[in-house]
Write a protein that binds this ligand. Structure first.
Ligand code: CUA
Length: 343
């Protein structure tokens, strides 16, 4: 990328005036141009990505320059002032005001710059624009659920491009953290309170991670971020919202099984995972942790969804959290129909 292109790109991000004025000849910027955005980081796909990378490369370059200078001087002095036969060590000077002022003032000035850029970037990342599009996020072991203003929810995050999107996030169980590397945004998701994140993204499909260790399947707690061109987003939302409504019960049950987090822990091919497999579960006699047995029927399935710890199948850990308030009665009914169909 040419310096001119790079500077246009940074300036075009609608950042604070300071960012637009960043010296594009600075070593850190040259580094970014030489290495390309894919050398250390994925491509910059949000408006804040350029400024986050800029500060990172600035600090990295600065550290490298000082590292090289200090190591080179150490080696040089070791050779130049080594003990030599016939040369007695002279007294070294105890104090040099000029030297001490230099090594305090130069790093001090650099620190002020780093603090200013870091803090300005932090404030930008912490302050969602007032016209942002709100999506609520529920994290649970081990899936994500994204709910749109019309009530529709999905396991992947769909957003409109070129407009600020604010995520209002909370957790159903333990601490999670939402991270989209391409956008350079990451924020803890905490049970019992709401945390926020915002970004303004370019069209495309990106990976979303959980970056807080949250139990057995933490590494599977993934989702896609699909950024739709702004004019296509309303049509997508309308269409997606209607899909579940029009499906026959068994298919609707499968739809919720895949999107509400069931599939993360319960397979439908007979392999036990975190929880028992759903294959042939309906009508099965299950041995419980307390030694009694239960027949899996509509009531047992419903109870297990709403109060998972009530009757835990022997051999499985009581890790599931309740879906009370997260699944409507109608959704539970079609999930039961889906389980019945898994002979
Ligand atoms: Cu959720 Cu790790």
């Amino acid at each position: 990328m040419t310096p001119l292109l790079a500077s246009t790109k940074i300036a075009a991000c609608g950042l604070s005036p300071l960012w637009a004025q960043s010296p594009h000849w600075a070593p850190s910027t040259l580094w970014a141009q030489l290495t390309g955005s894919s050398f250390l980081f994925p491509e910059q796909k949000s408006t804040v990505a350029a400024e986050v990378d800029w500060v990172f490369y600035f600090i990295l370059t600065l550290s490298l320059i000082f590292f090289v200078i200090i190591i080179a001087l150490m080696v040089l002095f070791m050779i130049a002032y080594r003990r030599q036969p016939g040369v007695e060590p002279a007294d070294s000077p105890a104090h040099s005001t000029a030297l001490e002022v230099t090594w305090s003032v130069v790093p001090g000035v650099l620190l002020i710059f780093i603090f200013y850029w870091g803090f300005a970037g932090y404030l930008d990342l912490r302050t969602p624009p007032s016209d942002s599009y709100d999506i609520s996020v529920m994290a649970r072991q081990w899936s994500w659920e994204f709910t749109y203003p019309n009530g529709f929810s999905d396991k992947d995050l769909h957003v409109p491009a070129g407009r600020p999107v604010r995520l209002v996030m909370t957790s159903n169980d333990v601490l999670h953290s939402l991270y989209v590397p391409a956008f350079r945004v990451k924020q803890d998701v905490v049970p019992g309170r709401y945390t926020y994140m915002w970004f303004n993204a370019e069209p495309g499909e990106y990976q979303l991670f959980c970056t807080e260790y949250c139990g057995t399947d933490h590494s599977d707690m993934l989702a896609k971020v699909i950024v739709h061109p702004a004019d296509e987003f309303p049509a997508w939302l309308e269409k997606a919202s209607n899909v579940a409504e029009t499906l026959p019960p068994v298919e609707a049950g499968r739809y919720y099984y895949e999107r509400k987090g069931c599939a993360q822990c319960h397979t439908i091919d007979g392999t036990p995972r975190v929880g028992p497999s759903f294959k042939g579960v309906y009508g099965r006699q299950e041995k419980l942790a307390d030694g009694s047995t239960v027949t899996v029927d509509e009531n047992y399935i419903r109870e297990s969804i709403l109060d998972p710890q009530a009757k835990v199948v022997a051999g499985f850990k009581p890790v599931m959290s309740s879906y009370k308030g997260m699944l409507k009665d109608k959704q539970i009914s079609v999930i039961i129909e889906f389980l019945k169909s898994l002979k």
